[in-house]
Design a protein around this ligand. Structure first.
Ligand SMILES: [Mn+2]
Length: 340
């Protein structure tokens, strides 16, 4: 919940703000960018001069919410360190952890006393002078929407789209556990302003390449299941990636598809990296099963339900080793009936 004190803090920092820089985490996603573009539009209308400085470029799929008035500047220490060292107001969105700022960590920590952090993740090692953190919120973009309500701001179509994109992508289009009545209330506000969910969905989720679709087909055709049918694995080798010209395709959707299999508790995707001898393992799980713990056994990291590892070794060998641990984890959590 956003408390009255949060609204007051927001008003105090925003009222009469002149120069403002908006920053978010590395590899910005729909919520990171949606909250940046939404807040930028709000601030511009109130007369602020706004710049967005990001560590990584905006993914092509999300470029439709970019604000042409506030182009995203890619962080460059030679120009932006001086800016961060002097600008009176910095707003850090969708992240409080310094180690998720990449090369911007040092100049941002140095500017902590002028930084307002707005985020919905649990706070971690946060040095920021002021924070509005609401772990009960489904998206930072939803917080931006709620924080701007007392100002009677009517966003442009593009800004409304941006905020909706943050909300929709962080809730998996209103499917994840984080989807609350509050999330739907914000969505209802935005739909009343003209946001069209079908169009947003199409822009983000219905633009797969032919290379990705063929990769998905091969991956699904090669599906491996353990005896209990609780662990689903796919292996993607160099030959396949090169033949399909699919080196740069995002494989997240492959693991999502496999997780939809009835009875499957853990999904493992093994991808042989360029140069050979190293394998990227993507781990996903349902419910209480903690693949983060499994990933850390092999030097990886992430979250309870989604983690990753990069391991030395041949593809089959890595799949055998990690697969055996995943089998044990799935069995320990929920032993299959009948002692199969
Ligand atoms: Mn978020």
């Amino acid at each position: 919940m956003i408390r009255p004190a949060d609204h007051e803090l927001f008003r105090r920092r925003i009222e009469g703000a002149g120069d403002v820089v908006l920053v978010t985490h590395i590899n910005p996603d729909g919520d990171a960018l949606g909250s940046q573009f939404g807040l930028a539009a709000f601030l511009l209308e109130r007369g602020a001069r706004v710049r967005i400085v990001n560590h990584d470029p905006t993914p092509e799929l999300l470029s439709f919410i970019a604000d042409p008035v506030v182009p995203v500047e890619l962080y460059d220490s030679t120009t932006h360190d001086a800016l961060l060292a002097s600008v009176p107001t910095i707003v850090l969105l969708d992240n409080s952890a310094p180690d998720r700022l990449g090369r911007m960590e040092r100049p941002m920590v140095a500017a902590a006393e002028r930084t307002l952090c707005i985020d919905h993740h649990p706070m971690r090692d946060a040095p920021w002078a002021e924070t509005i953190v609401d772990v009960g919120s489904c998206a930072t973009a939803a917080m931006v929407w709620e924080l701007t309500r007392p100002f009677d701001w009517t966003p442009s179509a593009r800004a409304a789209d941006a905020i909706y994109v943050g909300l929709a992508t962080d809730t998996g289009f209103f499917r994840y556990n984080s989807t609350s009545s509050r999330a739907h209330r914000v969505a209802a506000d935005l739909l009343a302003l003209g946001v069209r969910p079908a169009r947003i969905f199409r822009q983000i989720y219905e633009r797969n390449s032919v290379a990705f679709t063929r990769l998905l087909g091969h991956a699904l055709a090669g599906l491996r299941l353990n005896d209990a049918a609780t662990v689903a694995s796919v292996l993607i080798d160099r030959e396949l990636l090169e033949r399909l010209d699919a080196e740069h395709e995002d494989t997240t959707e492959i693991t999502t598809t496999l997780l939809a299999l009835d009875g499957v508790r853990i999904v493992l995707l093994f991808r042989e990296l360029a140069g050979g001898g190293r394998v990227k393992v993507s781990l996903r799980s349902k419910g209480e099963i903690d693949v983060h713990a499994l990933a850390t056994e092999f030097g990886g990291g992430g979250h309870r339900n989604a983690s990753g590892i990069v391991m030395e070794g041949a593809l089959d060998e890595v799949a055998r080793i990690v697969g055996a641990r995943a089998d044990a984890l799935a069995a320990a959590h929920d032993p299959p009936a009948g002692g199969r």
